[in-house]
Ligand binder design. Structure first.
Ligand code: PLP
Length: 433
């Protein structure tokens, strides 16, 4: 690829040296790859034209306290002044963070840190296969668990791809795709049938307990109970991927909300309010198989695992979540949107539902609350994306990609909710015109 001329704009220069001009396939958003971000603070970010956006995208979820939360920034600065990565031994912060997570998250008897959620889910599946000596992994249509091969399929699938293997990437070995079974979420019968047929070969079942990568499908409690029962009966490892739900929906994650203890839990995102972190934790007998323990057989590594700045960010985040009414605030704002927006949409005569949990919300353009992935196929994609584009024009940023969720942070205010509702009305009106 040819490098752009020095006089080129930043996006042109970016495209000259960065494929597509952005650093993630998830940032390859039509019309937004020219967006140059210059500043982020609290509930807002700014672009290079000085425009401010109220940020509900929230970088796919990490900044639960808001961007550049002063307590987190201070903790990172203090850690950086006296310590950085040494790659040997352990630091006090790592121990304190592990102790905190073990105390908070019901399934976590031991915990290991990674730098991303993908690494955490990768290691969860590897250790499950090692522990069981089995091959198959079960995932659910609509759930996303990161970029690695075993789970890179059937996230947002077109109607004609649902029920088939639908990889999100080329370059994955067919035998890897073969080793992942994809089931419909919230379908107990499908789970029972899969275990009846393949139970002795299922190493792990992995799920987002609330599939937020398609907005929000609330799980039936009986569905989660069935997963727990079938995994226990067949000796398979149940993995709750709480990369989004962990911390954000409560300090103990969805497992605490549901009262169901998985064998392994993966976390990331909001733990460190935006600093790169992931965590895997769970049953001691499984976690003790990782090679951080002398002689243990499941290789586990990562140069940046437990980076002192990231650990300091996580500890400051968790401390603030304990000390201040963060959940109370973000849950209240989420509830306001879920209750106050539907009448406005109804008055405009547009089929729409507003759902979510706690700080997470999503407006679907369909006539009933979705319960399964198949239900989501009724969402009016053109309306969903078009409405969000019009909101962005008014400085209210919800990611204009089909089925993406939005988030409140501690930095959002009631005035932000008022404006969201006001701007929605105008945006939907314009979109319908
Ligand atoms: N699991 C879930 C539920 C996620 O939403 C994501 C990222 O969006 C991941 C895993 C992967 O995390 P990361 O992007 O930090 O690798």
């Amino acid at each position: 690829m040819q490098q752009a001329a020095p006089s080129a704009s930043l996006p042109e220069r970016a495209r000259g040296v960065i494929p597509g001009g952005v650093n993630s396939g998830q940032r390859n958003v039509p019309g937004l790859t020219d967006l140059v971000i210059t500043r982020a603070q609290g509930a807002s970010f700014w672009d290079s034209d000085g425009r401010r956006y109220t940020d509900y995208h929230a970088a796919f979820g990490p900044p639960l306290l808001g961007h550049n939360d002063p307590d987190v920034v201070r903790a990172v600065a203090e850690a950086g002044g006296s310590l950085d990565l040494c790659g040997v031994g352990v630091t006090e912060g790592e121990v304190e963070l592990a102790e905190t997570l073990v105390e908070l998250v019901p399934s976590m008897e031991r915990v290991l840190l990674t730098s991303t959620g993908s690494e955490a889910t990768f290691h969860a599946l590897r250790v499950a296969r090692a522990a069981t000596g089995r091959r198959l992994v079960v995932k659910f249509q609509g759930c996303y668990h990161g970029w690695h091969d075993s789970v890179s399929l059937n996230v947002i699938s077109a109607p004609d791809r649902v029920g088939h293997k639908d990889p999100i990437s080329t370059g994955i070995l067919p035998e890897v795709l073969d080793a992942t079974l994809v089931l419909p979420f919230n379908d107990r019968d499908a789970v029972r049938a899969a275990f009846a047929e393949h139970g002795a070969d299922i190493a792990a079942v992995i799920l987002e307990p609330v599939p937020h990568n398609v907005g929000c499908l609330l799980p039936d409690q009986e569905f989660l109970v069935t997963l727990r029962e079938e995994c226990t009966r067949h000796g398979s490892v149940l993995v709750f991927d709480e990369v989004i739900t962990g911390v954000r929906h409560g300090l103990g994650g969805w497992q605490e909300v549901a009262g169901i203890v998985p064998d392994l839990t993966t976390m990331g995102k909001a733990i460190a309010n935006g600093y790169p972190i992931g965590a895997i934790g769970g049953r001691a007998d499984l976690m003790d198989m990782f090679s951080s323990r002398p002689g243990a057989p499941v290789f586990f590594a990562g140069t940046y695992n437990g980076h002192p700045a990231v650990v300091a960010a996580a500890l400051a985040t968790l401390r603030k979540l304990h000390a201040e009414p963060v959940h109370e605030h973000v849950f209240r704002l989420g509830e306001r949107v879920r209750t106050e927006l539907p009448p406005v949409l109804a008055s405009l005569g547009v089929p729409a539902v507003v759902t979510g949990y706690g700080s997470v919300f999503v407006t679907y353009f369909m006539d009933r609350l979705p319960h399964t992935y198949d239900d989501l196929l009724d969402n009016d994609t053109r309306m969903f994306v078009g409405y969000r584009r019009r909101m962005i024009d008014q400085g209210v940023f919800e990611l204009p990609l089909n089925l993406k969720r939005s988030h409140f942070s501690y930095a959002h205010t009631d005035a932000d909710v008022d404006r969201l509702i006001e701007v929605t009305e105008a945006a939907v009106r314009a979109q319908l015109a």
